[in-house]
Design a protein around this ligand. Structure first.
Ligand SMILES: O=P(O)(O)O[C@H]1O[C@H](CO)[C@@H](O)[C@H]1O
Ligand SMILES: O=c1cc[nH]c(=O)[nH]1
Length: 235
């Protein structure tokens, strides 16, 4: 047990899918895994372990924002031995050619700062996805008939952003979408020798103002979960 995860040693798999929303962890575990066991509910942050095609997988909420993700990713990697961490999140599209329900795979994630900035100090570290996972996710998406957008995203510290100039600059520099966790996940994985990837589904659009309702969000997230599992365990 750790401060924030009640699982016993051995109850967390080496491969962990990390949605921000603990309820998405519950839904994905029961929809895609077999032999599902609840392994954490400390603070309502649900984590489940089961199998997918015979492979052990944990699906565990990360909470919203890099500070929350940092707590769970640190404990999962350092205390439970997680080696592959795939974020399965929602995001806001920043480009006209990225549409609602599209899948975005983050090659890299820009940020203003992350919880790791204090360690990295003057270095503008470039957090990047694990190449093997990224390649496998693109292959998996295409095999499912999904054409993902692959490129840079922005990991924001705020959901209610009051810097339209910043959004404008990120958009101008080709950033595909905004979310709130990937930059710190990639940085922590790099520090601890783990593999990480963020696969996102577009839930709203910054340019058009369109947004999925909560039911549509759930039904649109299935592709993302399957792509994450196929990328973690390629044939
Ligand atoms: O849907 P999740 O995975 O929570 O991801 C996005 O949604 C939350 C904001 O609503 C932030 O956590 C952001 O990164
Ligand atoms: O962080 C997020 C997630 C979805 N949509 C946004 O605009 N921001």
């Amino acid at each position: 047990m750790t401060v924030h995860i009640g699982a016993k040693p051995g109850q967390i798999a080496e491969t962990v899918l990390l949605p921000g929303d603990p309820k998405r962890a519950e839904w994905a575990a029961h929809s895609f895994l077999e032999g599902v066991e609840l392994v954490n509910d400390v603070r309502g942050m649900l984590g489940y372990t089961g199998t997918w095609n015979g492979h052990r997988v944990t699906i565990h909420g990360s909470g919203m924002g890099m500070s929350s993700l940092s707590i769970y990713a640190n404990e999962l990697i350092r205390d439970y031995g997680a080696k592959t961490l795939v974020r399965i999140g929602s995001c806001g599209a920043m480009q006209a050619h990225v549409a609602l329900r599209d899948v975005v795979i983050a090659m890299t994630a820009s940020s203003i700062s992350t919880p790791s900035s204090a360690i990295l100090r003057e270095v503008n570290f470039a957090p990047c996805a694990d190449w093997g996972l990224l390649h496998a996710a693109v292959t998996a998406a295409k095999a499912r008939g999904v054409n993902p957008h692959v490129g840079g995203i922005y990991s924001s510290d705020t959901f209610y952003d009051e810097r339209p100039d910043l959004t404008e600059q990120m958009t101008r520099h080709g950033t595909l979408a905004v979310e709130m966790e990937a930059a710190e996940l990639y940085t922590l994985a790099a520090r601890h020798g783990a593999r990480a990837l963020a696969i996102l589904t577009v839930s709203d659009h910054l340019q058009t103002g369109e947004a999925l309702d909560s039911t549509a969000r759930e039904s649109s997230f299935g592709d993302m979960v399957e792509i994450a599992l196929m990328a973690a365990f390629p044939e």
